[in-house]
Each structure stands twice: as structure tokens, then as C-alpha cells.
Write a protein that binds this ligand. Sequence first.
Ligand code: 3UK
Length: 516
Amino acid sequence: MALPSGISFSSDHKVWLPAHFNVAVPFIDRHVGEGRGAKAAIRTAQETVTYAELAERVNRTGNALLGLGLKPGDRLLMVVKDCPAFFYLFWGAIKAGIVPVPPNTLLRALDYAYMIEDSGCRLVVYSGEFAGEIEPALRQSPADALTVDAFLAKMAAASDELEPRMAAATDDCFWLYSSGSTGRPKGAVHAQRDMVVTSELYGVRVLGVTESDISYSAAKLFFAYGLGNGMTFPLWTGGTAVLDDRRPTPDTVFDNIDRFKPSLYYGVPTLYAAQLAALDAKPRDLSSVRACVSAGEALPADMFRRWKEKTGTVILDGIGSTEALHIFIGNRLGDFRAGTSGRPVPGYDCRILDENGDAVAKGVSGRLWIRAESAATSYWNKPEKTAETMVNGWLNTGDTYREDPDGYFIYEGRSDDMLKVGGIWCSPVEIENCLVGHPAVLEAAVVGHADEQGLIKPKAIIVLKQAADAGAALTDELMAHCKKTLAPYKYPRWVEYMPELPKTATGKIQRFKLRS
Ligand code: 3UK
């Protein structure tokens, strides 16, 4: 398919956009004019939304948001499950010049309270299911709030005509929050052009996404990975996105594949591991799927092999980040190597540097830096974090990598203590703080530990106030304490008791000693 009018890419993969433009036009409005009005843009178990309906509801949403008093540049915090309203809110905001901010929907009231304050959002729209965490978070806040259902009633009553608010390619468009090992989540500010770049460079040119693809991402839309897979790539190409608002399990995912016959399936290693186990019990038909994609954490080579054996399909591992927006090093059909992240996506410059900032020789490990036109150029309100991470147009990924002789990039771990659990960030410090909040605990250290699939999960090493309290009952209690206080995926899967923790002379926990 030709690129949308006014948009082109140079031979070295740099994007050209009109000086005044709004990214909702090529992603949403264009399709009706190109004859896709009656085509399904979104399919769920409950409904199908055509491109014509989508364009109309995006307009009504933009008008409803303006009608609620939001002005261009204002932030809309949207804590919304994977459903068509996610699309309406995200694109309706963008078309009206309002900045949508869709955070992780698995977080707790304290996390949302922070994001509401940090973003200075004017309005919070949330799926009713999340009221228990959102309503307490709103108590101290001047922001207005509406459930999705209440918003949809306003949307239905708003005008279906909306002029796009014109912007420059590098103007702020949407934010995504990302967490660090210390400190609060950071809002990565993404520009108008960023989704154009990821959709074309990775979606079209690496994965080969087309209008005839049906895309199903078990990774949720709030995750930059899911946002690309399950929304921007299908909309960029005029294809169909399948959405399911439930928590993905092997059964729900395989049932969706049976029912919607997607041609592209996107998961994370933890889910692939559970799916592999489920396939032992019950074989499933994946013949509609032409490619499976994995990201969020490294896919062990053995899982790649077992999946291929059982399903006949390859899993294309690729590394992306919230800051880069989507995958910048990836495997592709016809060019993949198990146990690696693949090769750089054309258009993304990747460098592995030593501590002095010099490029290492092939085969030597170092810090991975990338340069990308889809990259966020700042963190909202965090000039120091911005200066550390975004340097002269280059992005510090925080990952250690090495390049093999054939140009495949091999992941070797994080350069900080952060963990990826089920593809989602976990800060050991946050889990330690939670554990220390339990009356029996004196000190706690959290490290990553590989489970039987080779996937990393948090493990806690605990020093008790009374050593005699140690035991299975306390372990259960500590796990329950974490599950109730933190996002549920963050609880430690193993607890070990020790008389003391290894520390540096300055009192810093030496987590590397605990990892072995
Ligand atoms: C790690 C990987 C090894 C790595 C993401 C695809 O994961 C995404 O974004 P986040 O900001 O995390 C980024 C960090 O996660 N990581 C991601 N993928 C891999 N490590 N192999 C992989 N395949 O530490 C990276 O720096 O949550 C993934 C697309 C968009 C994304 N935002």
C-alpha cells in the first residue's frame, strides 16, 4: 500500500511529514476516503467497529473532551482496559490537540495519585473495573474524572465533525510512563511523528504488516509494545485489530486465536511459557498465524525451539522500549536467530559502547545506545533523568549487549538492578520497601531469579527482627502482603531468610552477591 499522502521516507529511512499536520488524519480519517469505511477496524467478542464508525467516534470524542473544558496541550489520563473506547479516547484527544496518557492498568492507588499529580492532567477517564484504585487516587486531586461508560454517553451526544488541530512533526502528541529502579515513574513525551516511524519502519518494513493482516496482541495497549501491535500498526495499514479486555491466559489467548483467526500474534515470554505448557495438555490450531512476535524481556532459545516444534510457527524476538516507542532490534521472517534479539531495524542506529563512550569491537559486551526518529525527546518535568538518558540525540537503553559475528545482537542483562517480570518493569527497591513495611522484617533485598523456564522473577532475601519467625507461614504472609500493596505481578516468588545482607562499606546492598 502507498504511504498516506504528504508522508514519505528517504532512502536512509528518515521520515518526511507536512509542516502542519495531525497524526490522527493518516491513522484514522484517511481510511474512509480510501474505501475502507465498511471494513472492520476493531473486533472484540462483543462488537465490530468499522473504520467509518471509528472515524466518527474519534470526532465525537474530541468534541466531548473539548466540551468538558480541556484545551489543546492539556493531558488526559486514560486508565482504560483494551476495548474500542481506548481507541476513541486516544485518537479523539490527539485530533483535538489534547495529550493522552495511558498508564499501566495494573497499578495501585498510590501510583495513580502520583501520575495524576505529575502529569497535571485535567481529566481522568477510567474503566469502571479500576474504580477501587482510581477513586482513592483522585481524593487529593483537582482533576475531573469520569468512568468510560459515563464518557461514552457524552461522546454519543457530541458533534461528529471535528477539524484536526494542526501541529508540527516534533510537537508533543502523547506520553507513556516508564518506571526506574529508584524514584517515581517518568512520563516519556512522544511527538506526532513517532507512531508514523514505528509503524512504517518496524510494522511494515520488518514484519510486513499489510491491510489484510488481523493483529492480535495479548500484550495490552497501555504497554508501548501493545500500543503498536494492537493499535497503531493495524490502523497505519488499514488492517483489523482484535481486542480482549480480560487478563490473558493460555486459554483466553488460544480461544481468541481460534475465533478471530489472526495472522499476527504478539505475546511476551512469560505468556509463551504458559502457552507452551498448555499445548502439552491440549493441542491447538495456530494455522492462521503467519508470525508470532515476542518482546518485553529476552525469549530463551529453548522456548523458540519448543514453540516451533509444537506450532510450526517462529517467534520473532525483538527489543523495544517505552522511550523508543517500539522495537528497534528485531528478528524477521527469513532472517532470525534463536536466543538473539535479531539485527537493528533499518532506520535505527545502534551502538555498543564501553565505559569511556568508545565503540567496542564485535563480540565484546557494552552498553547499548540507539538513535531513532521515534524516540521520546524528554521525560516530563525530569530534566536530570532526561539529560542522563537522552544525550545528543542518542538514547541510553540501560541494556548490556554484544553483537555476534553475523550482526545479531545478544542481550546480556540490564546495567541497573531493574527486573522485567512478564515483560513489565519491576523495581527491586519498591518491593524491598514494601517488605520492610511488614512488622516481622528488618531488612530486605530483592533480586531476579530464573524460574524453570529461564524467565526472571523477583526473589526476596530477608533479615528478620526475630530469626525464629522464619518459615512457610511467614513466607506466605510476606507474599500476600506484597500482592495486596503492590501491583500483583511484583510479589516475590521465593523468599529466603538470612542472618544479614552483604553490603558495601557505604551500606549499599550488594545485589550481585545475592544473585548467585
Ligand atoms: C527490556 C528486552 C531483552 C530491555 C517494549 C517492545 O519492553 C518494552 O518497553 P519497556 O520500556 O522496557 C524496555 C526494556 O525492556 N527488553 C524489552 N524487550 C526485550 N530485553 N530482549 C527483549 N526482546 O531491558 C529494554 O531496555 O517496558 C518492547 C516494544 C515496545 C516496548 N515499549
